[in-house]
Design a binder for this molecule. Structure first.
Ligand code: PEP
Length: 241
C-alpha cells in the first residue's frame, strides 16, 4: 500500500532550523515511503535537494496579478515545491476560505503541475452534533475538482478539534471516517477514487502513530506540531515503516 507522511510546519521556521532539518533528512536518505515537509514559503528554496520532498502550505488561485502578499502555485513550483496543502482548517478559519476557493486553488496547483494535499474535517460543534459525515460529504463534493486521481491529489482527514489539541478520535472513529471518505471517493471517481491516498491528521504523535497508521484506508499522516523537532518527528516516521 502507498504510504506517506507530511510534516506541516505552519508559521514556524527560520534559517536557524535548517541545520536540524538537514540532519533529519540525512537520516532518511531512502525512505520506504514518501516523506515531505511543508515549511513556510520563505524556506522552500533552501530545503530542496534531499530525499525529503518539499511542499507548500497554501497557494493563490490565480497565476499572477494584484494580490499583495500572496504566492501563486507557479511561484511555489519555481521555488522547488512539488506539493501544496490546500483547505487546511487554519486557512478556512483565518482567511474565510470556502470549498469553492479550495477547489480553485487545487486547479491552480494542477495547472502548475503540482500535487495537492486537500484537507477536510469537521469542527468540534459539528462532531458533537453528529454531523461529521455530512460535513465531509459536502467538503469533498465542493472542494475536490473533477479530474482528481492518485497522481495529483491526497486527501487529509483532519478533525478541526484534534488539531494542536492533543485530542484524537478513537481508532474506530478514524477507521469509520476513512471508510466513508473512501466510499464517497469511489462513488464519484471509481477506480481513481479507490487509489487516492488518505492521510489522517490531528495530534499525531509517537505514542499513537503506529496504531493510526495500520488502520484500513489510512495511507499515513499529516503532522503539525510534532514535525517541528527531529526528536518528535523521527519516531512518527519510523512508525510508518
Ligand atoms: C496540522 O496542522 O495539520 C496538524 C495535524 O497539526 P497537529 O499535528 O499539531 O495537530
Amino acid at each position: 500500500m502507498y504510504k506517506m507522511i507530511v510534516g506541516n510546519w505552519k508559521m514556524n521556521g527560520t534559517s536557524a532550523d535548517l541545520e536540524e532539518f538537514f540532519d533529519f533528512a540525512n537520516d532518511w536518505l531512502n525512505p520506504m515511503f514518501d516523506l515531505m515537509i511543508c515549511p513556510p514559503a520563505t524556506l522552500i528554496g533552501r530545503m530542496t535537494g534531499t530525499s525529503v520532498m518539499i511542499g507548500a502550505q497554501d497557494c493563490h488561485a490565480d497565476v499572477k496579478g494584484a494580490h499583495t502578499g500572496d504566492i501563486s502555485a507557479e511561484m511555489l513550483a519555481d521555488a522547488g515545491a512539488t506539493h501544496v496543502i490546500v483547505g487546511h482548517s487554519e486557512r478556512r478559519t483565518d482567511h474565510a476560505e470556502t470549498n469553492a476557493m479550495v477547489a480553485a486553488k487545487t486547479n491552480a496547483a494542477w495547472n502548475a503541475e503540482m500535487k495537492v494535499i486537500l484537507c477536510i474535517g469537521e469542527t468540534e460543534a459539528q462532531y458533537r452534533a453528529g454531523e461529521t459525515l455530512d460535513v465531509l460529504r459536502t467538503q469533498m463534493a465542493e472542494s475536490i475538482p473533477d479530474g482528481a486521481m492518485k497522481t495529483n491529489i491526497t486527501i487529509a482527514y483532519e478533525p478541526v478539534w484534534a488539531i494542536g489539541t492533543g485530542l484524537t478520535p478513537t481508532l474506530q472513529e478514524i477507521a469509520d471516517v476513512h471508510a466513508f471518505i473512501r466510499e464517497t471517493l469511489v462513488a464519484r471517481f471509481g477506480d481513481a477514487g479507490a487509489a487516492m491516498p488518505l492521510l489522517y491528521g490531528g495530534s499525531v504523535k509517537a505514542s499513537n502513530a503506529r496504531d493510526i497508521f495500520v488502520l484500513p484506508n489510512v495511507n499515513g499522516g499529516l503532522v503539525g506540531g510534532a514535525s517541528l523537532r527531529k526528536a518528535d518527528f523521527t519516531p512518527i516516521c519510523s512508525a510508518l515503516e
